[in-house]
Ligand binder design. Structure first.
Ligand code: ADP
Ligand code: NA
Length: 330
């Protein structure tokens, strides 16, 4: 393929995806299938950087894959696989570990945040080297672009540095990738606390639209979204963050422009907006949930799709690793 290659991964720890994951990331991955040579993976090796129950990990890995398929990833149009099915990730990660300075790894801000949450003494070395495994994930596929949120920019910089370092020391081997920063317009906020990003670790779970919720629960969450004491429906992130978030969700799920929505609800009040939006969200979530369930009910088909994906991925990964080993003197 002469299309630029993209590589992206999602953790299997989350259980169900929320609307922010979908609109902020997965939906854009679906679009990129059409324009890019796309590799997407469920990063189960990354998941064990914090304690994991094996049964839960296995179930969550299948669940994440089922949801990616339900969201529209098409194994005919992209390569969808599970990271641990391709042993070259761990093998290249070791090489990259040996190329990274201890201080350099220590400057990764995400480790500082995450280890602070766990207590620095309890954080694993795996959590510390997590970004280096990510480097290996990307370089293994010679990806040109890596679709990520703004918070991952530092890890992409590390990837570029290590690719250039290896190429400089051992000869041209790796494509130096660019961050493909996902569209900010798709940033979704918590329905109960619109100053915070919608997140699986939200302090206000009622503000998080899970894509596997039943219609009643979904509608209830939308209808009880926090707005403001005003009644005017206007997109104004600073002064009206709750209403603006609802308009963003409405607009991105239906393709209707924000201005058109402002006109449609002019003088109608928040109740009307929320009632209609509840229907829009339920109409999206319901088929998503049903498609996910179909994959979960048929684990043989799901596993076969993932096995085929891993086979496709390994063709590329094995070639890159063989070259790398050769250049290093193995
Ligand atoms: P969470 O914040 O719920 O823990 P993750 O960190 O697992 O979600 O994010 C998975 C992907 O979803 C990332 O690409 C991230 O940028 C995107 N994402 C997560 N939350 C949101 C959100 N509220 N709005 C837009 N994108 C989001
Ligand atoms: Na997060």
């Amino acid at each position: 393929s002469d299309r630029p290659r993209v590589l992206s991964g999602i953790q299997p720890t989350a259980g169900s995806f929320h609307l922010g994951n979908y609109l902020g990331a997965v939906r854009q991955w679906v679009d990129l299938q059409e324009t890019h040579d796309a590799f997407y993976m469920v990063v189960d090796l990354h998941a064990i950087t914090v304690p994991q129950d094996p049964k839960v990990l296995r179930a969550n890995t299948r669940l994440a894959a089922a949801q990616l398929l339900a969201a529209g990833l098409d194994p005919e149009r992209c390569t969808l696989f599970v990271q641990s099915h391709v042993p070259e990730h761990a093998q290249l990660a070791w090489v990259m570990n040996c190329l990274t300075g201890f201080g350099e790894a220590g400057r990764m801000t995400q480790f500082k945040d995450k280890s602070a949450k766990q207590g620095a003494e309890r954080a694993s070395v795996g959590l510390f080297t997590y970004p280096i495994l990510q480097v290996a994930d990307i370089l293994l596929y010679q990806a040109h672009e890596v679709p990520v949120g703004e918070d991952q920019r530092q890890h992409i910089e590390l990837t570029r540095d290590l690719a250039e370092r290896f190429n400089g020391r051992f000869g041209e081997t790796f494509t130096v990738p660019r961050a493909y920063i996902l569209k900010e317009t798709a940033k979704i906020y918590d329905l109960q606390d619109p100053s915070a990003k919608m997140s699986k670790s939200s302090a206000t779970p009622k503000g998080v639209i899970s894509l596997l919720d039943e219609p009643k629960a979904t509608a209830k969450k939308v209808k009880s979204a926090v707005t403001d004491t005003d009644t005017v429906i206007r997109y104004d992130v600073e002064h009206k963050p709750g209403v603006s978030n609802l308009l963003t969700i409405y607009s991105t799920l239906t393709g209707t422009g924000i201005e058109e929505l402002e006109q449609k609800y002019d003088g109608k009040g928040y109740g009307a907006l929320k009632t209609d939006l509840a229907e829009v969200v339920v109409d999206f979530v319901t088929p998503f949930r049903e498609r996910t369930q179909q994959y979960l009910d048929d684990p043989e088909t799901l596993d076969a799709i993932l096995a085929k994906g891993a086979e496709k991925a390994r063709v590329v990964a094995a070639e890159t690793l063989a070259q790398t080993y050769d250049r290093m003197g193995f």
